[in-house]
Design a binder for this molecule. Structure first.
Ligand code: SF4
Length: 268
């Protein structure tokens, strides 16, 4: 069986005032960015775990529990690489499950198309390029609240639990709250306390893999992922693992030298 050459390196990293020491194993050969997702998911998990530790030290408990999918009815923007990755995950599912999931995606997308929600979101995002304003902020909150009020669940939600938990997007990993769980049914900035984390891997990865494919912000909403995957090809470039990691860590830490130690090769 052919083995993929991997590189292993120790990483000492400061992210937003938190210190992390990790061992990363990454592909040596050029790969699409989605191949890097397991590494960045692991790093996200560590950042979030540290955030939970800090919250607990301050006497705050995380309200999120198994079988609470209240937050899974929000308009979530994910990265292009995750769009293609999740579309492939759906294709790999058994026929019956795949058909059910695809139908939920179609119905969810059509529901918000009828409300003209995607076009209004794109128009508002366009206006935001001119800079923030209180009025625009209020309009955005109202538009997001309108989406949430429709109670359209993420197609992956089963019995109020994520059915793709191990593969869930980075942004889902980062979203935890310390405010009462019941507030998540109608979350607003003034009733929801999101768990602070030292750095957002979802944001860094989104910037890293952005291509001209995603001209309209709404095209990368999770509820539209199948539509996007069916109408676009994955145009992301291939780069070796250390290059993806270096640039990702620069975006994550806002540092020129994020501190990746020299990698050593090993077969995996
Ligand atoms: S992918 Fe999973 S965690 Fe994310 S919104 Fe969907 S059901 Fe919730």
């Amino acid at each position: 069986m052919e083995t993929e050459e991997m590189l292993s390196g120790d990483l000492k990293l400061d992210i937003g005032g938190e210190h992390f020491e990790l061992n990363l194993t990454i592909p040596a050969a050029p790969v699409k960015p989605r191949r890097m997702l397991p590494v960045f998911q692991m790093l996200t998990n560590q950042i979030v775990a540290r955030g939970i530790e800090r919250a607990n030290e301050e006497g705050k408990a995380i309200s999120c529990k198994a079988a609470c999918g209240a937050c899974c009815r929000q308009p979530l923007l994910i990265s292009e690489a995750e769009v293609f990755d999740l579309a492939d995950l759906i294709e790999s599912m058994p026929f019956e499950r795949r058909t059910t999931i695809k139908q939920r995606f179609r119905e969810g997308r059509e529901y918000f198309e009828k409300l003209d929600w995607f076009n209004r979101f794109d128009a508002m995002s366009e206006r935001a390029k001119a800079g923030p304003s209180d009025e625009l902020g209020r309009e955005f909150v109202a538009l997001l609240s309108e989406y949430i009020a429709q109670r359209v669940a993420c197609p992956f939600l089963e019995d109020e639990s994520c059915s793709i938990y191990e593969d869930r997007p980075l942004i889902c990993r980062e979203y935890l709250v310390t405010s009462p769980a019941e507030n998540c049914a109608a979350p607003r900035p003034d009733n929801t306390a999101k768990l602070p984390i030292s750095g957002s891997a979802a944001r860094a990865f989104g910037l890293l893999v952005k291509t001209e494919n995603s001209a309209k912000p709404s095209s990368l909403l999770l509820i539209r992922l199948l539509e996007f995957a069916e109408t676009h090809t994955d145009r992301s470039m291939e780069r070796i693992g250390p290059e993806w990691t270096d640039d990702f860590l620069r975006l994550l830490t806002d540092r020129k030298d994020p501190g990746l130690a020299g990698p050593k090769a090993e077969a995996a």
